[in-house]
Design a protein around this ligand. Structure first.
Ligand code: XIL
Length: 374
């Protein structure tokens, strides 16, 4: 071999080794490294350590996290003037120490927000001005506390109804439609470097999608910063048709925003369709007939789940570079909120890892989708 070709040969060999390594990578964050961030929701047991396996597992598989509840108004700002950052601080420190991308969830939402937020000290409804002041104080206090540490925020969560119109919430009733603009305005003032997102469920459905598109357009017209739209992705074996997810990603992307799947899982237990979506104020009573897989998931349903995840990742991978992050709403099946919502006390299997942190067939199927696309 001529002297000058030796370094080139070495580089070629090194690249070959690296590419083989990536091809054989079997942790999610490596498999999808060139496609999108892979995230998980995190909760108290995992972060405060009663589940010892959780933290190493999070670091191994994921490169993004979202606090499942710790940053919601009722947790972080439970009483007027009193903020409790303890749990959220632990999450943020853990994320920073391990290089995980953090999404603060969530600043302005109608759920998990105490009643006092909308009332004066006598229990009377606040005026528009007073509620705007309170919203600003909350956004500023929380975002400035995490400035430079939390890179992105779900600024407004679930402000559109299934009909595509602004949801009738206290925020809307007292402030008016511009509560959304105000939230984004305050958030950008509080931390000009943070990415700001609008997040919702069912916003892949055309009617609701149109409402979310209006919000993004309106924010942009007013010169306000909005970086992305989160599609929560609380999905089922039979719904939605992933064609509309595909379309929605393209439509949102055409507005010039990033698209994220922010709270993904696929429910496998029988659920009446009026409880599809994620309106946490709706629930139904437990019945044994709605909890058929207590002692394990039948192979036939496991296969349906596997195929459904494979199909979904086919769509998401098609939009790599536009879809910036895919976050699972729970670390493993045992942690999923779908065991208790919309019907309490069920045994659900909606994620890629089982209750013992073992990968399920769906895990291998999504990895296979990534390999097919390479
Ligand atoms: C859920 C949590 O997973 C549960 O632990 C909690 O009891 C209720 O809220 N939309 C959202 C999430 O934006 O914050 C919700 O999370 C699910 C619906």
């Amino acid at each position: 071999m001529k002297k000058s070709t030796l370094p080139a040969a070495l580089i070629f060999f090194a690249l070959l080794v690296i590419s083989c390594k990536d091809k054989n990578a079997t942790v999610l964050k490596d498999v999808f490294a060139d496609d999108f961030l892979i995230g998980t929701a995190v909760n108290t047991q995992q972060i405060l350590g009663s589940d010892k396996e959780a933290k190493p597992f999070i670091i191994k598989q994921f490169n993004a996290i979202t606090p499942e509840n710790a940053m919601k108004w009722e947790r972080i700002h439970p009483i007027p003037g009193t903020y409790d950052f303890a749990l959220a601080d632990s999450i943020v420190s853990f994320a920073i120490a391990n290089g995980l991308f953090i999404t603060g969830h969530t600043l302005v939402w109608h759920s998990q927000t105490p009643d006092w937020v909308f009332q004066d000290s006598l229990g009377n409804p606040l005026t528009r001005e007073a509620l705007l002041e309170r919203m600003k104080d909350h956004i500023f206090t929380v975002m400035m506390h995490y400035k430079g540490r939390v890179q992105s925020w779900d600024v407004v969560n679930e402000a559109i109804g299934d009909d595509g119109q602004i949801r009738r919430s206290k925020w809307h009733e007292i402030i008016g439609e511009d509560f959304i603009e105000k939230a984004f305005e305050f958030a950008h003032e509080a931390d000009p470097d943070a990415e700001l997102y609008y997040n919702d469920y069912n916003n892949e459905e055309p009617l609701k999608r149109a409402g979310v598109i209006n919000i993004v357009r309106n924010l942009r017209e007013k010169g306000l910063r909005v970086d992305g739209v989160g599609i929560q992705g609380h999905w089922h074996l039979d719904s939605p048709d992933f064609k509309i997810v595909d379309e929605s990603i393209s439509e949102y992307a055409s507005l010039g925003v990033k698209v994220m799947i922010t709270e993904m899982e696929i429910n496998v237990v029988p659920t009446p369709s009026w409880l599809y979506g994620a309106d946490i104020s709706k629930m139904a009573e437990y019945k044994d007939s709605l909890n058929p897989y207590v002692s394990g998931l039948p192979d036939s349903v496991q296969t349906m789940l596997t195929n459904r995840y494979a199909k979904l990742f086919g769509v998401l991978l098609k939009h790599k570079g536009i879809v910036s992050r895919v976050t699972f709403w729970g670390l493993h099946d045992g942690y999923s909120w779908k065991n208790n919502w919309p019907i309490p006390g069920r045994t659900n299997y909606p994620l890629l890892f089982d209750r013992n942190y073992q990968p399920k067939p769906a895990y291998y199927a999504v990895i296979e989708e990534a390999r097919k696309m390479k």
